[in-house]
Write a protein that binds this ligand. Structure first.
Ligand code: NAP
Length: 259
């Protein structure tokens, strides 16, 4: 399917690997010129080179911590007038609800709520002026169904979701569609580190921890970053013009609900 976005400009944050990279690759395949970001210079530069070579689009890497004001300023300067924004950042660490103090919550809220909001506040007004834009926020299944060990994530991402629910309806009349994708477990480094956490807490091998977590998913597998990216690219397509303020759950059926 032609997504109708060839030649558009996109910014994908936290994109050297994992779900962010999946989104960057799918947008590049659709012909979008990109600015991509992550903290480690060598990795983001290599990823940009790989994507540019594979898909023949322009890919500018920016090594910066997207959760800081300084990092965001550099990314936004490189991005300029962007038509497509994918917000993403690393997830907060696991723990127990009794462990976290105010600073832990502020850090999680800065990274997984305020970063997305600040990026939208910076870029969506330009999209509205130009009459076209797409925003996809990578959040988590924890927005629909809390993950006990990820209380910081449950909290911060719920805040971002509430913000998007309101603002997406305020900007839709200007041709800007803002939505969230909620990943269930995907086979990325993040999933490996959560498998490791389960293995340590339960005294089982990482392989056993992975099998245990996979068996709780109706598909019996973890999701794939390239499939995730394809969904993101569709939400950024022309054809997604009627999809507004939605929370698209990609979890292999793990959340056992009717709607
Ligand atoms: P990942 O494989 O660990 O990749 C994270 C990417 O983000 C890397 O490119 C990393 O590069 C970059 N990054 C991390 N912190 C950053 C920061 N502060 N500024 C800029 N770039 C940053 O993670 P993932 O699995 O793709 O997960 C992406 C998001 O989805 C996370 O928020 C995660 O919590 C959430 N999520 C993932 C799953 C899953 O199963 N994978 C499920 C639910 C939710 P550098 O380290 O070089 O910066």
């Amino acid at each position: 399917m032609d997504l109708g976005i060839k030649g558009k400009r996109g910014l994908v944050c936290a994109a050297s690997r994992g779900l962010g990279r999946g989104c960057a690759e799918a947008l590049a395949e659709a012909g979008v010129d990109l600015v991509i970001n992550s903290r480690t210079e060598a990795q983001i530069t290599q990823t940009a080179r790989d994507i540019a070579e594979k898909y023949g689009v322009s890919v500018i890497p920016v090594a910066a911590d997207i959760t800081t004001e300084e990092g965001r300023a550099r990314v936004l300067e490189a991005a300029g007038e962007t038509d497509i924004l994918v917000t993403n950042a690393g997830g907060p660490p696991p723990g127990n609800w009794t462990d976290w103090d105010r600073d832990d919550f502020i850090r999680a809220i800065d990274a997984n709520m305020m970063t997305g909001i600040a990026l939208m506040q910076a870029l969506v007004p330009g999209m509205m002026r130009r009459g076209w834009g797409r925003v996809v926020n990578i959040t988590s299944q924890s927005v629909r169904s809390p993950i006990p060990a990820l209380g910081l994530s449950n909290t911060a991402r719920a805040g971002l979701t509430g913000f998007v629910a309101g603002m997406s309806r305020q900007v839709a009349g200007h041709g800007v569609c803002v939505n969230n994708i909620l990943p269930g477990i995907h086979a990325t480094d993040r999933a490996d580190s959560l498998d490791k956490g389960v293995s340590e807490r339960q005294g089982i091998s990482i392989d056993e921890a992975r099998k245990q977590r996979q068996s709780a998913i109706p598909t019996g597998t973890y999701g794939r970053a390239d499939d995730f990216g394809a969904t993101c690219a569709f939400l950024c397509s022309q054809q997604a013009r009627f999809i507004v303020g939605q929370n698209v759950l990609l979890d292999g059926g793990a959340l056992n609900v009717t709607i």
